[in-house]
Design a protein around this ligand. Structure first.
Ligand code: HEC
Ligand code: HEC
Length: 258
């Protein structure tokens, strides 16, 4: 399993607020977990490191590496919009997204701390690793491009750019960019929306959109997105250019749709 590669030093993260009421209940399992995982941890004993947020989120980097590891399983979190990252931490905490280690890590952390963590990662902009070549026919890529840029009105599929921004770099605060995501990760997320393993706050616009896309649509869209060059200087737009075509939970005012 890929996650056995992760050395984890979880207690650092919980150094945040030792007086929080539920901290002690959580501490014991956290140490047990850490002890199990520490077999993979070979750092020599050293003087206590400075207590900074960067230090406390070091356990996250075991899986979400600083340079923004870009594989299908461990998503890059650096540089994604703050509100988006915060919503995902809430989604894991509240069981709308499933990955036991994520739920475990954020389960008992107070919301202001989750927001601090989200802000920390949103401000990081490490370079992107080179993308692997995309295996797709020209016809498939064209179908993907049309769905992303124009949607398919007959099937009530809005254009992805209508929410994710014309340049697909995302829209602050809560809509992520779509360029630079590994193709397999995008495919996996659509699978998770379709089978309800990934949900957002209601109304869950992505789950509704995923339900309208066939597997061939998803493969076309993920292939076209992965074929686009990443502009490392691109940043999320400050606000949507127009009200979103659907209401989305977790987005301020549901995206301006009444
Ligand atoms: C043991 C590995 C592991 C550790 C440690 C870990 N994560 Fe994750 N994280 C994952 C995996 C795997 C996913 C993707 C799960 C999925 O596909 O739904 C994920 C997803 C996320 C996401 C959603 C990303 C997105 O683009 O939607 C965020 C945000 C996140 N993690 C933040 C954190 C933070 C903050 C920490 C430290 C407190 C952390 N993770 C620690 C494995 C880990
Ligand atoms: C009505 C607005 C809207 C439209 C249209 C839309 N999206 Fe989204 N998308 C969102 C929102 C909001 C989120 C964040 C959901 C969450 O918080 O989990 C999101 C999240 C995503 C993510 C997750 C990224 C990650 O890092 O995990 C992917 C992938 C995605 N959308 C792909 C698409 C594609 C492909 C299309 C077009 C077929 C599309 N979206 C159309 C609003 C939209």
């Amino acid at each position: 399993m890929p996650h056995s590669r992760c050395p984890l030093n979880a207690p650092d993260l919980y150094a945040y607020d030792p007086h929080a009421p539920d901290f002690h209940a959580f501490l014991l399992p956290a140490f047990v977990l850490a002890a199990l995982l520490l077999t993979a941890w070979s750092a020599p004993a050293a003087a206590a490191p400075p207590d900074t947020l960067a230090q406390r989120v070091a356990p996250c980097l075991a899986c979400h590496q600083p340079q923004g590891r870009n594989d299908a399983f461990f998503p890059r979190i650096a540089g994604k919009p703050e509100g988006y990252l915060y919503n995902q931490l809430l989604n894991f905490r509240d069981g709308r997204r499933q990955f036991p280690m994520m739920t475990y890590m954020v389960g008992n952390l107070p919301e202001p701390y989750l927001r601090e963590i989200a802000r920390f990662f949103a401000d990081q902009h490490p370079p992107y690793p080179a993308a692997p070549p995309v295996a797709a026919t020209a016809q498939m890529l064209e179908r993907g491009r049309v769905l992303v840029q124009q949607g398919d009105a007959g099937r009530r599929i809005p254009a992805c750019v209508a929410c994710h921004g014309q340049g697909l770099a995302g829209v602050a605060p809560a809509i992520p960019g779509l360029i630079g995501l590994p193709r397999d990760y995008v495919n996996a997320q659509f699978g998770a929306w379709k089978n309800k393993a990934r949900r957002a706050q209601a109304p869950d616009c992505m789950a509704d959109i995923a339900a309208r896309l066939t597997e061939a649509d998803v493969a076309a869209v993920s292939g076209w997105l992965a074929s686009r060059p990443v502009d490392a200087a691109a940043r999320p737009a400050a606000a949507p250019a127009a009200p979103l075509p659907m209401r989305c939970g977790g987005v301020p005012d549901h995206g301006g749709v009444p």
